[in-house]
Design a protein around this ligand. Structure first.
Ligand SMILES: Cc1ncc(COP(=O)(O)O)c(C=O)c1O
Length: 360
């Protein structure tokens, strides 16, 4: 390839459409502090997702920190190790302890049947991740937390647009937190959001993201600065109009990969319901780490750069090591995400698939 092919590229609305919103900022002179574009974005995301309320924040990591703080959680939080480090950062930065349990070998999400054995008298919550947007077993997880009086916070960083049983995935758990980072299907450059069904909890998260001010500008709570700027909200408003199209294109490209790789018996795809997935990533699981290395090496020689996501499994890094979770260790060592983004030519997908040889 003449130009490098990276694992992803941001999905961006035409610049003129972003400029129209920027013009409104230049006219109003309001750049932040829950301004008119932020309020409009919250309304439009709520309508898009079919939820009652969206609380936009500066990024997905602080969305999870706010959720933990707003529920006054202190103690152990059971989570998955097959995720980006931010999931664990948000727990440790709130002075809680992540307790990792193993993942399902096919969905790569937290194995809900391992949760109960990890519950102790210090456990306060469960924080599963809908990895690559495949929904966790939300029904079983709710049963477990209800039975043990725990909270559940979902890391839904990857999962915009996903519905489970006809309902937005964001409506599950005490709080769902998403990321609108540049690499996500829907992006505001940096950004994120909390979704909380409980009105009091939602109001507290709103206050906490804005230094603890209430709607009368009185300081009534312990807060921080987790506001989303008007510039990010402007980008979000422009990008939101194209989100259905973006998801549709990604799905077509995902399915092209799937059909071209169907006869490679040494790679497997993530298990998910095709209607409950947003196709933002193209993860494949190799049978061995050696084969993954060999393929990555051959692609790099052609200027193509898939990426290992998420390696190593967090329970194996020096910060947290001490637990043996064989499925997570093995899966994390063998997964790579192939390039997937809207302008990726089908011919490049064909070239990539030819490099993953039949019966190699
Ligand atoms: C699973 C997961 N959780 C949390 C985050 C953190 O989101 P942000 O970068 O918006 O803080 C990311 C990625 O960025 C992620 O992939």
């Amino acid at each position: 390839m003449d130009k490098p092919i990276y694992v992803t590229q941001p999905s961006l609305a035409p610049l003129e459409e972003f400029n129209e919103y920027l013009q409104q900022i230049w006219t109003s002179g309001i750049m932040t502090h829950n301004g008119p574009l932020l309020q409009r974005l919250e309304k439009e995301v709520s309508e898009y997702e079919g939820v009652t309320d969206t609380i936009c924040v500066a990024n997905g990591t602080c969305a999870m920190q706010l959720a933990i703080r707003a529920m006054d959680l202190q103690g152990e939080i059971i989570t998955t190790p097959f995720t980006f480090i931010a999931t664990a950062n948000s727990i440790t930065w709130e002075r809680c302890k992540p307790v990792f349990v193993d993942v399902d070998p096919e969905t790569w999400n937290i194995d809900s049947e391992t949760i109960e054995a990890a519950i102790t008298d210090r456990t306060v919550a469960v924080l599963p991740v809908h990895v690559f947007s495949a929904p966790c077993d939300v029904v079983r997880i709710q049963e477990i937390v209800d039975q043990h009086g725990l909270k559940v916070i979902y890391d839904a960083a990857h999962a915009m647009c996903v519905k489970v049983n006809g309902k937005s995935i964001m409506s599950y758990g005490d709080v769902s937190c998403t990321s609108f980072h540049a690499t996500k299907l829907f992006n505001t450059c940096e950004g994120g959001a909390c979704f909380a069904g409980n009105l009091e909890l939602a109001a507290r998260i709103r206050r906490m993201r804005f230094f603890g001010f209430d709607e009368h500008k009185e300081i009534v709570d312990d807060g921080m600065n987790a506001k989303m700027t008007e510039v990010s909200a402007a980008l979000g408003l422009a990008n939101l109009k194209h989100l259905d199209e973006v998801r549709k294109h990604r799905r077509e490209k995902y399915e092209l990969y799937q059909s071209l790789l169907a006869d490679r018996d040494y790679i497997a795809f993530q298990k998910f319901d095709p209607e409950e997935y947003n196709y933002s990533y193209m993860p494949v699981l190799f049978d061995t780490e050696e084969r993954l290395f060999q393929t990555l090496g051959e692609m790099a020689a052609e200027n193509i750069y898939p990426r290992r996501y998420f390696y190593p499994s967090l329970h194996d890094i020096s910060l947290f090591e001490g637990t043996e979770l064989p499925v997570a260790t093995s899966v994390a060592a063998r997964i790579a995400c192939l390039p997937l983004y809207n302008d990726l030519p089908d011919s490049t997908i064909e070239t990539i698939c030819q490099m993953i040889k039949v019966g190699a």
